[in-house]
Design a protein around this ligand. Structure first.
Ligand code: AGP
Length: 614
């Protein structure tokens, strides 16, 4: 999720843009830049790194003007660097663009534009937008029409802001889908544009939110809002009560809650541009550099990670072994690095890391490299160490995750691992065509299934109220949802400080069942999957010993409704994708218990977002 700030008015745009970007700093980013119209020319300052780097650049090379915009980038295509940072100029230097989102069809657009003579200066998907606008700018088409025509070519979700030296009295902004909002602030003889409220609220609280497939032409006199078909539409001016800081979380009390709810978007984004649902169900993970020769040569995959990421790896084992029939071993990174693992050039070691900077995971990668393994990573923070040192990577494309308790950076890699398993099977020829089509088709429904879980937050909160004073909790899962038990328990313990333990359900009879009594609530993950009957009898065993059972169950399951004390309902989901869905009510359960206990949900005691020390 990138940050965007734009200004047009009588003031100097530069400090307004820099302060606005600072207000969006919480979103996290890896590069930043700004463009200002100075004496009729567009001046750009941009670089990789923190906002302070951009401020230094501007100090060294001042730029002043009354029209401008800035951008903080969370890279998805093209590593963080000056040339990949936004804003992006076209060939003439008269048009400049900033963008939030993913141009899913940017490869074909880039080829098309290159064939027309466009010269690309970055690896970003965004740059195709400014070349498209320039393609349409002419005596007949001003900036507004040229932008509209350009946007018509884009697939995916976008927030776009454009201005031109040829029409210095306006800025054009547009929104397509949910790639981060576009909000317009109405000042006195000046206007503000941003991806998020915090960048605007210190200037004005009168704002207009663009809806999807709307475009605004913004001048110092006000704005005109049109559909992408050019039809003028009315807009509502909202007066925002939030203060800038609370606006960073939007309508949410904590970043963790916001990020739980961002999973519809982050699951969409991690699939975006990688699966062609309409033509032949093609699947691409280009940054992994997985060749058919390598896919056939591999004898084994080690998945190594820490904490939540390790739980994702445990799901990955089931996915890759079931779909690609390739042996997978999962090893906690802090163990792998000292275990002298049996690894060679026919082994791929896949590290999973949201931050890409976790010390144990990086050390495990070094050990894998030393032993000659193929080194892969699944990472959220583009440009992080775990991405840079790998032979190939898959970006989670989930946007910054601020809350210490990882949520969207757990479900995104589950889908990435699912796609990796299919790609491996494709290249190893181990998957029946019809089965493959179904597996790819099932991906399409994941964001909606996640959204249906999130719609039930109020029901989960009720269950949280029943558990607010428990001292212990057991989480039981089996098969592909055994890791869900571990992950649900980790969420609860790390933000509510309640002792919670995830356990393989089948292991209970070998000792831990002695723990169960009325004071030991048991969360049982029992969706309709191949292990359902086993899990149902698990519920019966817990009830027979007086345990309180909270069951995660598939919509309409009357058998479980009749026996469990509480049910966290999830929609029917293909079992290979179910861990990305069954975990959501457990994320919400942990969140609400911790929030009801009045704890610091986003920064729990003793924890850090990225454990960069051993
Ligand atoms: C998860 O909620 C925790 N914050 C922690 O277990 C985390 O998953 C672990 O430290 C790994 O972090 P990484 O994904 O950034 O490597």
């Amino acid at each position: 999720m990138c940050g965007i700030v734009g200004y047009i008015g009588p003031q100097d745009a530069t400090p307004i843009i820099l302060n606005g970007l600072k207000r969006l700093e919480y979103r996290g980013y890896d590069s930043a830049g700004l463009a200002v119209l100075q004496n009729g020319c567009i001046e750009v300052r941009r670089d990789a790194g923190k906002l302070s780097r951009l401020a230094t650049l501007v100090d060294e090379l001042p730029v002043h003007g009354q029209v401008g915009m800035g951008h903080t980038r969370w890279a998805t295509h093209g590593e963080p660097s000056a040339r990949n940072a936004h804003p992006h100029l076209g060939m003439t230097g008269d048009v400049v663009v900033v963008h939030n989102g993913i141009v899913e069809n940017f490869l074909e657009l880039r080829e098309e534009l290159t064939d027309e003579g466009a010269i690309f200066k970055s690896e970003t998907d965004t740059e195709v937008i400014v070349h498209l606008v320039e393609r349409y700018l002419s005596a007949q088409n001003g900036l507004e029409e040229a932008t509209r025509l350009a946007l018509g070519h884009l697939k995916g979700a976008h927030g776009v802001v454009v201005f031109s030296a040829r029409e210095p009295d306006k800025i054009v902004a547009a929104r397509i889908g949910n790639a981060g909002g576009v909000v317009i602030g109405i000042g006195e003889g000046e206007m503000f544009i941003a991806s998020d409220l915090p960048a605007i609220l210190e200037h004005t609280r009168r704002v207009v939110f663009l809806e999807s497939r709307q475009m605004a032409v913004v001048t110092t006199k006000g704005l005109a809002v049109k559909t992408l078909d050019g039809k003028v539409v009315p807009y509502e001016v909202h007066t925002v009560a939030w203060d800038p800081v609370s606006a960073e979380k939007g309508a949410y009390r904590h970043f963790m809650e916001k990020e739980i709810h961002e999973q519809v978007r982050s699951l969409t984004d991690t699939i975006a541009g990688r699966v062609d649902f309409d033509n032949g169900h093609g699947l691409r993970l280009p940054e992994l550099n997985l060749t058919p020769e390598l896919a056939r040569r591999l004898q084994k995959i080690f998945i190594t990670a820490c904490g939540t990421a390790a739980h994702a790896g445990m799901v990955g084992k089931v996915l890759i072994e079931h779909i690609a029939r390739l042996p997978v071993e999962v090893d906690i990174a802090s163990e792998f690095r000292y275990r002298d693992p049996i690894v060679d050039q026919d082994t791929a070691v896949l590290a999973i890391s949201q931050s890409g900077e976790t010390a144990d995971t990086l050390a495990a990668m070094e050990e894998a490299r030393r032993k000659g393994a193929v080194l892969w990573s699944i990472v959220n923070a583009i440009g992080s160490q775990a991405m840079r040192v790998a032979d190939g990577y898959i970006s989670m494309q989930s946007g910054p995750e601020i809350g210490v308790a990882s949520t969207k950076a757990y479900t995104a890699p589950l889908v990435d691992l699912y796609m990796l398993a299919i790609l491996l099977a494709d290249l190893r020829g181990t998957l029946d065509k019809a089965v493959r089509q179904r597996l790819v088709r099932d991906l399409r429904f994941v964001p909606d299934l996640a959204g249906r879980c999130l719609d039930r937050e109020a029901e989960v909160e009720k269950v949280a109220r029943a558990l607010i004073h428990v001292q212990h909790c057991l989480y039981l899962g089996r098969g592909i949802n055994m890791p869900t038990a571990y992950e649900g328990a980790l969420k609860l313990k790390e933000i509510s400080y309640i002792h919670a333990e995830g356990y393989p359900a089948g292991e209970m009879k070998h000792g831990p069942i002695a723990l169960i009594d009325r004071s030991m609530p048991v969360v049982v993950i029992a969706p309709r999957d191949p292990w359902y009957e086993k899990m149902f009898s698990q519920i019966e065993q817990a009830k027979a010993r007086g345990g309180m059972v909270i069951a995660v169950a598939t919509d309409g399951d009357e058998r479980i409704a009749g026996i469990a004390d509480h049910v966290l309902w999830v929609p029917e989901t293909p079992w290979l994708l179910s861990p990305a869905i069954t975990v959501i009510p457990l994320q919400l359960l942990a969140y609400h218990i911790a929030a009801l206990r009045g704890l610091d949900v986003d920064q729990p005691r003793n924890l850090a977002k990225s454990v960069t020390v051993e």
